[in-house]
Design a protein around this ligand. Structure first.
Ligand code: NAD
Length: 356
């Protein structure tokens, strides 16, 4: 048995179809009496319904969450929380809304209650991100880990099917990289494999029947597990590449993860055989990278960077940036791997299957 360190993270999870019924009790349990409900403009009706349900325990609705938490958005939300005397940030939505809750918690120390409605997994991590002048700064801080998370699959029924598939692939990416993390441990390995299995089984069902509540439950359960892995162990090449592609070229978050994942996994395959075995087993297949590619393609998700807005001339630039600040990866990344990364990006750009 290899040596390891395991840190349990203090968050409470309430899971199940209809779990939103526990909201009032959970807010009370946190000792909160003025929750500011955060959401994106698109999810305002849901946030209003939640505020109404909370009655006098709601301090208002703040419907201004946007992707990547611009610093001005964060500052305005902190000011609003202060103005209304909020004692809890209640984030209902995807990673963008949870991210806004984290920005408030980081600056004001408010407790977060998260109600995730995508599979991005931010609610299970102590990782925050704030974007200033187009540059996203990220960090870890225990204060931004939501204290309570209510997972209600019924709230994901409205997630458009294309976004459901790519968001699920985004979640799988956390677990896939977690399986070869330098600081992984046996508990995270179990969660990662089970998370990939649950999501991979749900994706094809959601593609044909997005209203299947069992598949929605399975996907959200997988998202919880994969988000927990993201919050506990370090990520590697795949997440760095997606961060660079998203940040530098402003490509859509979940789609970038979907396209790049099979290629990053293929790149690392020879250096992480046990992780590959577990990913393949979770996919009920033989080959981890190919299995991920087929899962995305067969579910109608994008498999080519050129189809989600990347230009061919950016390949060289991104490969160059990706080797600039070396980081840990099972296959060493450095100036020598720039050519291999360019080839990886070329395949991902074209939508070719991952190199075996
Ligand atoms: P998102 O939160 O931006 O949501 C995408 C869109 O889907 C939004 O318009 C939202 O209103 C809508 N939406 C969400 N749930 C819906 C539902 N059930 N029904 C209908 N519409 C719905 O997207 P995301 O992929 O969840 O989050 C991406 C962001 O989260 C990125 O900025 C990423 O960097 C961040 N993130 C952070 C962490 C972390 O640990 N800090 C982890 C994962 C993602």
């Amino acid at each position: 048995m290899r040596p390891f360190v395991y840190n349990g993270q203090p968050s409470r999870v309430v899971f199940g179809a209809g779990a939103l019924q526990h909201l009032e009790g959970e807010v009370q349990l946190l000792g909160a009496s003025r929750a500011l409900v955060l959401c994106t403009p698109e999810q305002q009706p849901l946030a209003e319904a939640i505020a109404q349900r909370l009655g006098s325990r709601a301090a208002g609705v703040y419907p201004k969450a946007v992707m990547h938490v611009p610093t001005e958005t964060a500052a305005a939300a902190v000011a609003e929380a202060k103005r209304v005397g909020a004692d809890c940030a209640l984030a209902v939505g995807g990673g963008s809304t949870t991210g806004l809750g984290k920005a408030i918690a980081l600056q004001s120390g408010l407790t977060i209650l998260a109600i995730p409605t995508t599979y991005a997994g931010s609610e299970m991590t102590p990782i925050w991100g704030i974007t200033e002048n187009g540059l996203k700064k990220t960090g870890r801080d225990a204060r931004v880990l939501p204290r309570t998370v209510i997972y209600d699959p019924e709230l994901t029924l409205s997630l458009p099917v294309d976004l459901s598939v790519t968001s699920a692939m985004n979640a799988i990416a956390h677990a896939a990289e977690g399986l070869y993390a330098q600081d992984s441990n046996p508990v995270m390995d179990l969660m990662a494999e089970e998370g990939i299995r649950a999501l991979a089984e749900a994706i094809p069902i959601l593609r044909v029947n997005p209203s299947d509540i069992d598949a929605r439950g399975s996907a959200l359960y997988g998202a919880w597990l994969c988000g927990t892995v993201l919050g506990n162990v370090g990520m590697a090449l795949h997440h760095k590449l997606c961060h660079t592609l998203g940040g530098t070229l402003n490509l859509p978050h979940a789609e970038v993860h979907t396209v790049v994942l099979p290629h990053a996994i293929a790149f690392n395959a020879a250096a992480a055989p046990e992780a590959m075995r577990r990913i393949a087993r979770a996919l009920h297949g033989e080959d981890a990278a190919l299995g991920l590619y087929r899962l995305a393609k067969d579910s109608g998700a994008p498999v080519a960077l050129r189809d989600i807005g990347m230009k061919a001339e950016d390949i060289e630039r991104i490969a160059h940036i990706a080797v600039q600040n070396p980081y840990w990866n099972p296959r060493i990344i450095g100036p020598d791997t720039e050519v291999a990364l360019r080839e990886l990006l070329q395949r991902a750009w074209e939508g070719a299957p991952p190199a075996s």
